[in-house]
Design a protein around this ligand. Structure first.
Ligand SMILES: [Zn+2]
Length: 311
């Protein structure tokens, strides 16, 4: 799939493509779950929009947009497909302004569109990472705040002048998936529940020397630490390099694409970066298709804040 694909220019092709991703085995009524092809009819003729179906089980009508992040959107399906493809295929993410320019839509519309697509990037489930013989790295990083403060705050754990910074804590299974979280602080008390909930205790846990990992580390099959303060980055299989890579990608998106991210929406961007990282081995096309698939059953229910266009 590339930008010349007809689904980005032809409304019928876009709709058919979206339907095929969402309903590979034929339409399913989003109102009652009926999937019996004999009890779902396409409404045709001039009086009806193309792609309008009627369910003869519950008597309701639906389109591919109903019961998904696309519900009640006035953006044409060609642009939905394009925005999904752009967001799925851009390594460093895309800003709402850039999407607005590329698609010739207002910035506010683009902003809302991008957040709806991020909603579809949320994983259906987040099972625990790791397991017997597996390695999970844990680390935290800071977004925002003064550039000059970053390395100092990163190295002096538990002694942060964290004002103006947002803290992101992340877990990554080596050669596996990653989950990230916005946290208020990086104390052991704050992190332990996240670590024990999201990491299988049979895993080996890799962290830096931060005191917040000291006690929780004992709950795992093995706990290795590297001393970043003493310039120790790798010792055998003890390192957090997977995480460094994960965080550096995230930071390039923040500072290179979005420039700034508001605290209120950080969690949505974390969903996007987890999604990109966790699907890094699949093609852009497959990643786009996954967004459509996961758009089902999701509806973004929040009021757009006034400063939205800056996000
Ligand atoms: Zn129905």
């Amino acid at each position: 799939m590339n930008l010349t694909d007809p689904i980005f220019h032809d409304l019928d092709k876009a709709r058919e493509w979206l339907e095929a991703q969402r309903w590979p085995d034929g339409p399913i009524c989003p109102h009652c779950g009926n999937s019996d092809p004999d009890k779902i009819g396409g409404l045709e003729g001039e009086a009806h929009r193309k792609g309008l179906y009627k369910c003869y089980e519950c008597r309701e009508q639906f389109t591919v947009q109903v019961g998904s992040v696309m519900e009640r959107s006035h953006i044409p399906l060609t642009k939905w497909a394009l925005a999904m493809f752009l967001m799925a295929s851009s390594k460093k993410s895309m800003s709402a302004r850039q999407v607005a320019r590329m698609m010739e839509i207002p910035v506010k519309t683009a902003w809302f569109l991008c957040h709806r697509i991020r909603e579809a990037m949320k994983p259906a489930t987040r099972g625990p990472l790791g397991g017997e013989g597996k390695i999970v790295e844990a680390d935290e990083t800071y977004i925002g705040g003064k550039e000059t403060n970053k390395h100092i705050s990163k190295r002096k754990k538990g002694n942060l002048g964290g004002k103006g910074k947002m803290v992101v804590f992340a877990l990554v299974e080596r050669d596996g998936l990653s989950h990230s979280f916005r946290v208020a602080s990086v104390t052991g008390e704050m992190l332990r529940p996240l670590i024990v909930t999201h990491v299988n205790r049979k895993s080996a846990l890799m962290t830096d020397m931060g005191g917040q990992y000291f006690h929780v580390g004992k709950e795992f099959a093995r706990h290795e630490t590297v001393n970043h303060g003493a310039d120790e980055y790798v010792r055998g299989d003890a390192h957090t390099n997977t995480m460094e890579c994960r965080f550096s990608l995230m930071k390039r998106a923040v500072y290179g694409t979005h420039h700034s991210i508001s605290e209120a929406h950080l969690h949505r961007y974390l969903v996007e970066w987890d999604f990109k990282f966790n699907t890094r081995k699949v093609s852009d096309t497959a990643r786009t298709a996954l967004i459509v698939k996961q758009a089902e059953g999701r509806r973004l229910m929040y009021q757009r804040p006034k400063q939205a266009a800056n996000a």
